[in-house]
Write a protein that binds this ligand. Structure first.
Ligand code: MRU
Length: 338
């Protein structure tokens, strides 16, 4: 049966329309809104997620915050929305880069008669740029393939995580169409199962053969020589290449190092934080204990248990063989200021 196509988010008729990713893969529910608070909540709840998509959604949301205000109220309405959106998730730098781009347009066009439309054009531009970045990441990534390969990936980096076709997923999909991918292993990605729920959904849609495995099975998979390459995305990359990505990515990089398997990151330049020299300064988000004790509303342990639940970890740059961006592939030692 041909699967119906899906999109992560689009802007149409003055509304932001997004696929609620918490309901995938069992239900495909699209939410229509022109309320920035609904978008802020969707980002917090991971209904809209993935570093580039968070930035795009926040840009549209900030533009929408001025859709209904009269010109006199613009200033306070804008900064309240800016602060609210900036509080949604701390780790993906794309969020802050997008919010600041919209803010600088606001500050230079404050007195324009239709500031909403001016901000909206900028949000559309941010979205279009991401579509192009994703395409180029896929093309650049072809250079890492030396043969038809088995790939292991973590979390979700496809159409669902971006405005375009993805980051690491774009590399996998582009290589697959060129006959360079044999098989994909998708880590389930505990505790929120982005691999099991979202990457598997996207791989199935793309017709790429795959298996899902629990995160703890990766070492055994590598020992059995079933993996040629590991590719993941990133939420924030420091100037020296240290990269924050979904919790468990660091484990994979260490395992790759031990098993002599190349470990790559694929991310747009909007995931590079040019203000931080190393990953030490990356703010890591910690999630609610319910996501471990009561996953998908299914209680498996008492609420009295304490949990340790960072949403991201930082992989030191010396463990990363290359960082694939829309500009090029960069290799260790990284210095993104040069
Ligand atoms: O918590 P999430 O689901 O937003 O985390 C997403 C990731 O860690 C992705 O790997 C990252 O954002 C890169 S997406 C292109």
């Amino acid at each position: 049966m041909k699967k119906t196509d899906y999109f992560s988010a689009k802007f149409e008729n003055d509304e932001f329309i997004f696929l609620d990713q918490t309901k995938l893969p069992l239900q495909e529910v699209y939410v229509h809104t022109d309320d920035y608070e609904i978008i802020a909540l969707a980002i917090e709840r991971l209904e809209v997620r993935g570093a580039p998509l968070i930035g795009i959604a926040a840009a549209y949301a900030l533009a929408l915050s001025l859709k209904k205000t009269g010109n006199n109220d613009n200033d306070s309405a804008f900064y309240i929305a800016y602060e609210r959106l900036a509080r949604t998730r701390p780790t993906a730098v794309n969020l802050f880069i997008a919010l600041d781009l919209i803010k600088s347009v606001f500050e230079s066009h404050k007195n324009s008669t239709n500031i909403y439309n001016v901000l909206l054009s900028k949000a559309i531009q941010i979205h279009k740029d991401d579509i192009e970045h994703c395409r180029k990441i896929g093309e650049n990534g072809l250079r890492i393939f030396q043969k038809k390969s088995n790939i292991l990936t973590h979390c979700n980096t496809g159409k669902l995580a971006t405005g375009g076709v993805g980051t690491a997923f774009s590399v996998i999909q582009t290589a697959f169409t060129k006959g360079l991918v044999n098989f994909v292993y998708a880590d389930e990605t505990r505790p929120l199962f982005q691999g099991l729920r979202l990457t598997a959904f996207e791989l199935e849609h793309s017709g790429i053969p795959f298996s899902v495995l629990s995160d703890s099975m990766a070492a055994s998979l590598m020992k059995d020589q079933k993996v040629d390459l590991v590719i993941t995305g990133a939420d924030r990359i420091a100037l020296n290449g240290d990269s924050a990505n979904k919790i468990g990515t660091y484990n994979l990089a260490i395992l790759c190092n031990y098993h002599n398997i190349p470990f790559y990151i694929a991310a747009p330049s909007t995931s590079i934080d040019r203000t931080i020299p190393t990953g030490e300064s990356i703010k890591i988000e910690y999630r609610n204990k319910n996501e471990i004790l009561n996953p998908s509303g299914n209680r498996i342990a008492p609420d009295s248990y304490e949990t340790y639940s960072p949403a991201f970890d930082v992989t030191p740059s010396h463990l990363i063989k290359g960082i694939i961006t829309e500009e090029d592939i960069f290799f260790f030692p990284y210095n993104f200021l040069i």
